[in-house]
Design a binder for this molecule. Structure first.
Ligand code: NAG
Ligand code: NAG
Length: 417
């Protein structure tokens, strides 16, 4: 049974969704942009349109209503974002808000935290205090030869292990932390993050993302041999989901590198059956509900009502660089769907923002979390960090062929930027 939403009533009362009152937000410099209001409270699944294809990233949540579902799906919804400025001032902040509401839980305010770090050789001791509580963990670094204060190296922060040698050989530092010391991969509320934030409805992916960011704080404070303005984040599988969240929530991350990440990473909630064996909202929420907040659980069996999908997360990272790794032998994380549905849909937004070069995919041979993924993406990483040209085609969808355009029908009606 569909309940009538307070929100539709408001929309009905003012006659047309296109006439929603707009809220002024300060743009860069002196420009004031009118943004649609973010619905409060947020609509429940029953108050949202069912969208079997990927939701239109250009359509604000306030206009994502069930009464005009066909238009919403097709990219004909009223109130779509028209300019990159509107995207950056209105829609992108809204996406980051709604992803916290529906999926991640609310990322803690860094302005309320004090970070202390000390370095002992290649070990960083990191302590964070907020609201009178304290949590601490350690990170380790490996520096490439030649890195110095006058010639600092870019860094990739990884959790869960990566192919370090090719990166060190390419002049890239590698940092890592034990993610379980930040938050365990379970419902247990131990570790640095929960020492401070226990009691909040936040997913563990967000806690791990926080670990990346506090590690970067510590690097910036104590490791002059690393250039804290050239930073990659990576991890594989559930840790790839965390790497995507780390790229989303902190604009200091230059390059986001989710490996074999699946649902709640770069894999779609919709189209999970494309590779025949898909991770989806239901089995991820059942198997590891702690990765995300409790609100996401209300969409179980209703994933097509989610007002976003993985392409929306990727698009909110633009214009910063994103490279997605998937293996052709990895059905479970839906490599095919990631390649032919999510990647091209996110690229529509990157293209529109004039950042085409900053999104990349690497479809390699091999299975889930095959370490060869790290050497496959290395030329792209070198391009981002050093400007080194590469001949590798990072739009190649491998054996999956070409994009599945029916999955993002709104792409034929991209606003004229
Ligand atoms: C903002 O407005 C002031 C006064 O009109 C002007 O001097 C200044 O250049 C403007 N700044 C920007 C970024 O447009
Ligand atoms: C590094 O720390 C300085 C001083 O607090 C700060 O201004 C800068 O934004 C920090 N950079 C990064 C990448 O965190």
């Amino acid at each position: 049974m569909r309940s009538v939403s307070a929100f539709s009533l408001i929309a009905a009362a003012i006659g047309s969704a296109a006439r929603l009152p707009r809220v002024s937000r300060q743009g860069d410099g002196n420009s004031t942009i009118e943004c649609p209001p973010i619905p409060a409270p947020y609509p429940t699944w029953e108050q949202l349109p069912k969208q079997p294809s990927l939701p239109d990233p250009f359509l604000p949540l306030a206009y994502t209503t069930p009464d005009n579902a066909e238009d919403v799906i097709a990219g004909r919804g009223e109130g779509r974002v028209q300019t990159p400025e509107e995207w950056y001032q209105c829609r992108r902040p809204e996406i980051i808000q709604l992803l916290q509401e529906y999926q991640y839980g609310y990322y803690p305010d860094p302005a309320e935290e004090t970070v202390e770090a000390t370095r002992s050789g290649n070990t960083l001791n990191i302590a964070v205090t907020a609201g009178g509580k304290r949590g601490s963990f350690r990170a380790t670094i490996q520096l490439p030869s030649g890195a110095s204060e006058s010639n600092p190296a870019p860094v990739v922060i990884n959790i869960g292990g990566m192919q370090n040698q090719p990166y060190l050989g390419a002049g890239i530092a590698v940092a890592q932390f034990d993610y379980t010391s930040v938050a365990p991969d379970s419902n247990a509320k131990t570790g640095a993050f929960w020492s401070i934030y226990n009691g909040r409805d936040i997913g563990v992916l967000t806690a791990w993302a926080w670990g990346f960011h506090r590690t970067l704080d510590a690097i910036n404070m104590t490791v002059p041999e690393i250039d804290a303005t050239r930073v990659g984040v990576t991890g594989c599988s559930r840790l790839g989901k965390a790497a995507l969240a780390a790229g989303l929530f902190d604009e200091r991350i230059t390059l986001t590198m989710p490996m074999s990440s699946g649902v709640q990473g770069a894999g779609p909630y919709r189209y999970y059956a494309l590779s025949g064996q898909g991770e989806n909202l239901e089995n991820s929420k059942q198997g590891a509900g702690w990765w995300t907040n409790s609100k996401l659980g209300t969409f179980v069996n209703h994933a097509e009502y989610l007002p976003y999908d993985a392409h929306t997360i990727a698009a909110a990272i633009a214009p910063r660089a994103l490279v997605i790794d998937q293996g052709e032998g990895d059905q479970f994380t839906n490599s095919k769907g990631t390649a032919i549905v999510i990647y091209p849909a996110a690229k529509v937004v990157y293209d529109w923002l004039g950042a085409s070069e900053n999104i990349a995919i690497s479809v390699r041979r091999g299975g889930h979390c095959d370490l060869s993924g790290f050497s496959s993406i290395l030329p792209y990483v070198q391009k981002v960090f050093f400007g080194t040209p590469t001949n590798v085609d990072y739009n190649d969808l491998g054996s999956y062929g070409s994009p599945m355009a029916t999955a993002f029908p709104w792409a034929t009606a991209v606003p004229e930027a």
